[in-house]
Ligand binder design. Structure first.
Ligand SMILES: C[S@@+](CC[C@H](N)C(=O)[O-])C[C@H]1O[C@@H](n2cnc3c(N)ncnc32)[C@H](O)[C@@H]1O
Length: 335
């Protein structure tokens, strides 16, 4: 059978996706973003710095250049617009996830998550056993919160609320942006105990430190009672529907009447959206890693309907523009 060139052209990158990931991880681990931050550097110089052979460096840099992760002209390498973002590749769910995803087939057959099958622990139990890996994951959340969650501000008015609880709020990056924009608001960061300890150190000298308090616990069992707005940002995507409903109902139980819940999460866009492919990949990765999901707008609404909340409002950023990051905001009131 002869394979047409256009078919081969599509099949080869699919079969070689693991090589792409491995090259990007090597580039990130060797901090190419820092090495290329000042000036162009030759293949020979970079081979020396990386302790690679010159021949291997050529091959490696040519791949990175083809991916636009660096720019190679003649013998000189410079940073591309993607190079400064390389350190995102060091997210623990990406690097350690590389080995775990080998178990994907078993997960697709309805067995445990690939992470559990490979490491013998759930993703968050694994992080809890390795503080240095937990720190890398929290850092990844902080960087991406800063890069992506600013998109929430034009979509939602936080000004009516006096006490804002951020459930599973990571290191508090989103809460810090809200407290900076709303100088009268108080924030409560709710997280697992180890993450709360990291967060406390981070914000001790911030201008809003007097307006930020901390509460540690497990969101399946606890939630603070004082808030008039409860946020769950990018946390329900880590859980299946049964678990997500339990987390939402735990908030409901602890909220007073009239308080609001705001879910901020990704929404799986339509096939025509520019980010569709990225989001289906991220969806199956979430499923393999922790049986989680990138839900569609209908799935989000269906999920809320199965909770104790009644009224709700949904904002879906990709209905406004097909090129923006697809973020869904769901607001529900405890009546
Ligand atoms: C993907 S991160 C999102 C962090 C933050 N909300 C954001 O948008 O950047 C999910 C967070 O859920 C927290 N988490 C996981 N299991 C939890 C539990 N049982 N109780 C409380 N928080 C939990 C993790 O520590 C992690 O910070």
């Amino acid at each position: 059978m002869t394979i047409q060139n256009n078919i081969a052209g599509k099949l080869i990158p699919i079969g070689a996706a693991h090589i792409i990931s491995q090259c990007a991880i090597i580039a990130a681990e060797h901090q190419l973003n820092t090495l290329l931050s000042d000036q162009p550097i030759s293949i020979r110089e970079i081979a020396k710095k990386l302790n690679f052979t010159v021949e291997g460096t050529w091959k490696f840099i040519r791949v990175l250049d083809a991916l636009e992760l660096v720019t190679l002209k003649e013998n000189l390498i410079t940073a591309s617009e993607l190079t400064p973002h390389l350190d995102y590749f060091l997210g623990i769910h990406i690097t350690d996830g590389y080995a775990a995803i080998e178990q994907l087939e078993a997960t697709l057959k309805g067995k445990e998550s690939s992470w559990q099958a490979h490491y013998g622990k759930t993703f968050y139990e694994y992080l809890n056993s390795y503080p240095e890996k937990s720190q890398i994951f929290t850092d990844w959340c902080r960087k991406t919160a800063n890069a992506w969650l600013t998109a929430v501000f034009p979509m939602y008015d936080f000004s009516p609320y006096s006490t804002i609880v951020d459930m599973a709020g990571g290191n508090g990056e989103l809460l810090s942006m809200i407290l900076t924009n709303h100088p009268k608001a108080h924030g409560i960061l709710f997280e697992l105990p180890a993450i709360i300890e990291q967060a406390k150190e981070q914000w001790v000298e911030s201008e809003f430190t007097q307006r930020l308090s901390y509460c540690s616990g497990d969101f399946f069992i606890h939630a603070p009672t004082e808030g008039d707005l409860y946020i769950i940002s990018r946390a329900l995507l880590n859980w299946n529907d049964t678990d997500a409903i339990q987390i939402i109902n735990q908030c409901y139980k602890n909220m007073s009447k009239g308080s609001k819940l705001l879910i901020i999460d990704f929404v799986l866009p339509e096939k025509s959206h520019a980010s569709y492919f990225n989001f289906v990949l991220s969806d199956i990765n979430l499923y393999g890693t922790m049986l989680g999901s990138n839900r569609t707008k209908q799935e989000w609404m269906g999920l809320l309907q199965k909770t104790q909340f009644h009224s709700n409002f949904v904002y879906n950023s990709n209905e406004e523009s097909m090129s923006t990051l697809p973020i869904c905001l769901l607001e529900a009131t405890k009546l």
